[in-house]
Design a protein around this ligand. Structure first.
Ligand SMILES: Cc1cc2nc3c(=O)[nH]c(=O)nc-3n(C[C@H](O)[C@H](O)[C@H](O)COP(=O)(O)OP(=O)(O)OC[C@H]3O[C@@H](n4cnc5c(N)ncnc54)[C@H](O)[C@@H]3O)c2cc1C
Length: 594
């Protein structure tokens, strides 16, 4: 470590990884066996959102019943409403079993069958024989799968010699002449900007669920990496596709697992009626995630939410205490601790909650960031996990496929980075541009004594996004939102920051995050406005049908002189034909997406 400009420390590593979730740690572990690696994370690694994944990780191991990676592939493509790139989805499903065995050998405490093999359970949208019946494909560690994966990877990284910079907030990436030479980060604990100078950078900074008012996501999921990429003039892909989970705990969004409905829970409106009969007579509460989400939102809009409020009831009382305790203990605990109610005696208040960001930074199958979103990689810049879009989830992610994607494509990116690093004998120039841009931004905020407050701007942003770009969208609402976002962006130029200290200055962090959230929201809104169809999680009330002739393509969005520009690129179709209407519609009707 040495100083530049006498103040900013500079750390030099072959590879620098931004983010310590499953994607970042998978990559770090692999790279550390070959070169020097630093991981910068704005929170301690085990506080990354990956740790909240409960349900499991999908892989066609066939431990409990026959399964095939090709069935998994088919489910992933059809579940994505045909927008997934089939070559990427093929890699995901084909390589999943090998990856799970690798994680098992590493020490992930997977639940076991009586024969001692990894236990598997059924999960939404995963089916046997190309869409026939449910299949046990989710590998899990009780209801703490993400926690088990994250802590094991972290321990292995420590053992292998990865250097961690915890509580370092990355605020700028240095890209010049189409090559990346490092990042600038704010040291949250002690204050000050640090430079990370490297041959290769991996962005693994997670999703942007927090741009909505109600979200299952950790508070840190503010789309930082996506915003930084956008600011550098690079592309983002398919940003309009945000998955809403039907059952977030009212007012907080904490996830109430689908397991509650698969065990027999009912959804009830203020009239005491099981309304899912109207929306999906055959499957009712077990209809696909997007169907249940839209049904709940429709009831709320028709003033049939409980006492006219923005929630309905999920009723488990008829399941009785014994079943709730044995099968849904965490759900009971969450309700008691966070809502002050006991599902054995009270119905649970639930509402749709922003859950997963399908869109992100476009990457090649090797994780290289594509400057124009199609073919041209930025030298030395890679991305993986929820912040990237490779695209295996298309318009709608299948449950249990994203911890898999993060681990698998994190590892694949590391292999490509290792190759790149070994072919790059010298370090590039130091990331001075990132330093001066980061300094400008931080000093602006630390001196900001204007009239607007960041929490007000953020609250307004999240509410506007939920109201106008949430479960349902219209041309009018989105146009209106675009104007509101401009106002909010303008307000950010005249804010008041109370805290001017440098240690643990949460005012500063929130201001930086809010700036990122607005950039990301603008790209979600513009992409949603342009797509005049309904596909997967993107529901346009004014265009209620999927339109494959016009819209079987990925959205690409980038910035030119502060104006967003939209392009498109084709979906990669290899084996399954999206225009085989009969099969694709049948699938959507049968799916139970639990
Ligand atoms: C409640 C919940 C339940 C889920 N359940 C499942 C499930 O059962 N199965 C499944 O497959 N998927 C599930 N998912 C989705 C899955 O957990 C995530 O998509 C996946 O774990 C994301 O991993 P990641 O490594 O990309 O990002 P994350 O785990 O979100 O990690 C992001 C990292 O980036 C760091 N970071 C962010 N911004 C910055 C910055 N500016 N500077 C420095 N560091 C930064 C953070 O500190 C963090 O370490 C669930 C998600 C949620 C919210």
């Amino acid at each position: 470590m040495h100083n530049i400009q006498n103040t900013s420390p500079i750390h030099r590593y072959d590879a620098v990884i931004v983010g310590a979730g499953i994607a970042g740690l998978s990559a770090a572990l692999r790279l550390a066996q070959h070169c020097s690696v630093a991981v910068a994370s704005k929170v301690h690694p085990v506080r990354s959102h990956s740790g909240s994944a409960q349900g499991g990780t999908a892989a066609a191991l066939g431990n409990c019943e026959p399964d095939s990676w090709e069935w998994h592939w088919y489910d992933t493509v059809t579940g994505s409403d045909w927008l997934a790139d089939q070559d990427a989805a093929r890699i995901l499903c084909r390589e999943a079993p090998g990856l799970i065995h690798e994680l098992d050998r590493m020490g992930v405490p997977f639940s076991r069958t009586s024969q001692g093999t990894i236990m598997q359970r059924t999960f939404g949208g995963h089916r046997k024989e190309f869409g026939k019946g449910p299949v046990a494909r989710a590998c899990y560690a009780a209801d703490r799968t993400g926690h088990a994966l994250l802590t094991t990877l972290w321990e292995q990284c420590l053992k292998t010699g990865v250097t961690f910079f915890n509580e370092y907030f990355v605020i700028d990436i240095d890209i010049s002449d189409n090559a990346c030479c490092g990042v600038a980060a704010w040291d949250i604990r002690n204050g000050g900007i640090h430079l990370f100078h490297s041959k290769a950078v991996l962005l693994a900074a997670g999703g942007y669920g927090r741009i909505f008012n109600i979200s299952t996501n950790a508070l840190i999921n503010t789309g930082d990496a996506q915003a930084l990429v956008l600011r550098k003039g690079l592309c983002l892909q398919d940003m309009e596709f945000v998955q809403f989970h039907p059952t977030g705990l009212y007012g907080q969004g904490i996830l109430i697992t689908e397991g509650a409905r698969s065990e027999g829970g009912y959804l009830i409106n203020t009239l005491g009626k099981r309304f899912m009969k109207e929306y999906s007579p055959a499957l009712q509460e077990l209809a696909p995630r997007d169907t249940v989400t839209r049904a709940i939102q429709s009831e709320i809009r028709a003033h049939r939410g409980i006492r006219g409020k923005e929630y309905v009831h999920l009723d488990l009382r008829h399941l009785k205490e014994e079943i709730i305790n044995s099968r849904l203990p965490q759900t009971r605990e969450i309700c008691v601790k966070f809502a002050g109610i006991d599902p054995v005696y009270d119905p649970i208040p639930v509402q749709p909650s922003a859950h997963y960001s399908m869109g992100g930074i476009p990457v090649s199958l090797q994780g290289e960031v594509l400057a124009d979103g199609t073919t041209a990689p930025v030298q030395g810049l890679f991305a993986a996990g929820e912040c990237a879009c490779v695209s295996v989830h298309g318009a709608n992610r299948l449950g249990c496929n994203s911890t898999l994607e993060a681990a698998l494509f994190g590892k694949r990116a590391a292999i490509a980075m290792q190759e790149y690093i070994s072919k790059t004998p010298r370090f590039p120039a130091e990331p001075h541009q990132a330093l001066s841009d980061a300094e400008k931004e931080v000093s602006f905020f630390l001196r900001a004594k204007g009239k607007n407050r960041v929490p007000d701007i953020r609250r307004n942003l999240q509410q506007q996004m939920a109201d106008k770009c949430g479960v349902f969208r219209t041309h009018e609402g989105l146009c209106n939102l675009q104007n509101e976002l401009k106002i909010l962006k303008n307000q950010m130029t005249d804010i008041y920051i109370d805290d001017t200290s440098t240690n643990f200055n949460t005012d500063l962090i929130e201001a930086l995050e809010c700036g990122h959230m607005i950039e990301v929201a603008e790209s979600v809104c513009a992409s949603a406005l342009a797509r005049t169809e309904t596909r997967g999680a993107h529901a346009r009330e004014d265009f209620p049908k999927r339109d494959d002739n016009k819209w079987l393509k990925h959205t690409l969005i980038h910035k030119e002189k502060d104006t967003l520009k939209i392009d498109y690129k084709p979906v990669t179709v290899t084996r399954f034909d999206p225009l085989d209407k009969k099969r694709s519609t049948e699938y959507r009707l049968q799916s139970t997406d639990l």
